[in-house]
Design a protein. Structure first.
Lengths: 133, 170
């Protein structure tokens, strides 16, 4: 052990503050670029895309997606509810329940992710209204 | 194995067991109920990794990290958990080694870099597993959270290192 010969600096210094600023700036830049890329092109056509195990299972306008949908992947099952204006995972058999705790999403750029089930529900905006799967 | 004393090996084994225990405890804390972000954790096991980096050096810290990741995945019975912990853990370790060597940072700064890099690694793992970039939207929140968790880890490790000066660990 080399602690006694060269003790590590245990007090915060200015470079630590600089590192924290760089991390915060990186978070801001990523947030801006991500949400700019997913910004709604027209509020009238929010699309919902459901990816299950890397494959798009559903893609339609939020209004046409209304109803209760069930998706299963990797041994877990999610029940998704949509009232035509917002989408939420109402129940899941996954251990963490992060997808359920996320609550309802309604704006383009928002998403609900269930890592154990490998399911991504993503809202986008501005695309033409079509249904896949 | 003649390069290492029995005392060193015993210390690393204890640190690996402690890291595994803290990692398990971290997974049991209901943090996701407060912050519904996939993979959000306090990163308690990083306390051990950072402490090992300063006390035993990079090779030992890497070995402790690898043991913790592999055994954690074995006990959890989840193969994808291994990808998450390995990518997150090794990104954090790489960042901490570089920050310590070249950054002129204190334990706090090194810990901040490790916490941020851990989240980047985990988001990369999530992108690989999901085959989708939607999880990148969570990265800004996780990076901001890493400022809190990294500071907390840095505070604990700085206290431990001050105490460790008086311990015959070598």
């Amino acid at each position: 052990m080399s602690l006694k010969s060269s003790p590590p600096e245990c007090r915060p210094n200015r470079r630590d503050a600089l590192a924290a600023l760089v991390i915060a700036a990186a978070a801001l830049v990523i947030a801006l670029s991500f949400y700019y890329d997913n910004a709604p092109a027209g509020s009238a056509s929010v699309q919902v895309s459901v990816s299950v195990g890397g494959r798009v299972e559903d893609f339609s306008s939020l209004s046409r997606y209304a109803g209760v949908h069930t998706y299963s992947c990797n041994g877990y099952t999610l029940t998704v509810s949509c009232d035509g204006a917002e989408v939420q995972v109402v129940s899941s058999t996954c251990p963490g329940q992060d997808c359920v705790h996320t609550g309802a999403v309604s704006k383009a750029g928002q998403s609900i992710v269930c890592l154990p089930a490998r399911i991504v529900i993503r809202l986008t905006g501005g695309a033409a209204d079509l249904t896949v799967g | 194995m003649g390069r290492y004393s029995v005392k060193q090996l015993a210390l690393w084994a204890v640190l690996a067991a402690l890291a595994l225990g803290l990692s398990t405890l971290d997974g049991m804390l209901p943090l996701s109920a407060l912050l519904p972000l996939p993979g959000v954790k306090l990163g308690l096991a990083n306390i051990v990794t950072l402490f090992a980096l300063y006390v035993s050096g990079a090779p030992a810290a890497l070995a402790i990290l690898a043991v913790r990741c592999v055994l954690g995945a074995v006990f959890a019975g989840n193969a994808s958990a291994l990808l998450f912990s390995l990518l997150g853990g090794f990104c954090a370790m790489g960042a901490m080694i570089l920050a310590r060597r070249f950054g002129g940072l204190s334990v706090f700064g090194v810990s901040l870099c490790g916490a941020a890099a851990h989240n980047v690694g985990q988001i990369a793992a999530a992108m690989i597993v999901l085959g989708d970039t939607a999880v990148v939207g969570y990265l800004p929140f996780l990076l901001l959270l890493s400022l809190v968790t990294g500071s907390l880890t840095g505070l604990i490790v700085s206290r431990l290192l001050r105490a460790a000066v008086y311990l015959p660990l070598s």
